[in-house]
Design a protein around this ligand. Sequence first.
Ligand SMILES: C[S@@+](CC[C@H](N)C(=O)[O-])C[C@H]1O[C@@H](n2cnc3c(N)ncnc32)[C@H](O)[C@@H]1O
Length: 251
Amino acid sequence: MTKRWDESQNTTAFIYKHISRGGTLVRQLRQIRRALSLREHLISRKAQHHAPMLAATIDLDGLYEIRSRARKLSPSLMDLKYFHIEYWCAEALRRMLFFGIEKVRKKKILDIGTGFGLFPYACEYFAANVQAIDREGHALYDEITDFLGLRKTHHTVKRRQPLPDLGVRFNLITSYLIAFDRPENEEIWSVEDWRFFIDDVFDNQLNADGTLHLELNYIFPIRNWYSKEVKRLFVERGARIDFDRVTLSKR
Ligand SMILES: C[S@@+](CC[C@H](N)C(=O)[O-])C[C@H]1O[C@@H](n2cnc3c(N)ncnc32)[C@H](O)[C@@H]1O
């Protein structure tokens, strides 16, 4: 069994570890940086204000029934944080408002590594047509995304392998809190791996004025989200980079 599973067995130790990790310098600096942006502050307030409404559209009895079985469905206690449903609805709305409702409403969206799927769910609430991708073999995520009525395809993003053909071109492709560029073997994606990914997304997945937006996880071994070389590639491709956020538009 993996180390992650062993850690999860001791609930108290696990919760303590992750609460204390929440105060890392990186996270605090991010919050200070974010606090300086008035736009983000307003978006965050608006998202929090509307989160109870979005949460109220979810059948809580059904959700709690899944929660009662969640410990058996998921190998990691970390996944249970998503049952804090109003918090994650606010986060989903914050992500959506970051683009602006018009960029999402009635648009075609692909969310990579969707997890619980609350971001696609929020977008669908605003009449978007959303598809999601996630790895196979996570029973909790599968149950929740089915329960939320999302369209999800099992697929693992791998270096130099194209995304699956889902039969449509997307206006927006997103990916949040995931580290597909740092697979299990801890080998971080090179510039060429990223070039392949961006080319594939631009050539085969996005429509003519589509946007790719990434908010991936921090990469501790290089003490940043991306290496200097990868950042240079993003800039060459016209990216806007703001800490963990990388936005690349075809136009
Ligand atoms: C921490 S969760 C984040 C879920 C969601 N994006 C969010 O922000 O709440 C990471 C998700 O990415 C998925 N994932 C990780 N590596 C992946 C890969 N290489 N390809 C596809 N999905 C992946 C995991 O299965 C999980 O659902």
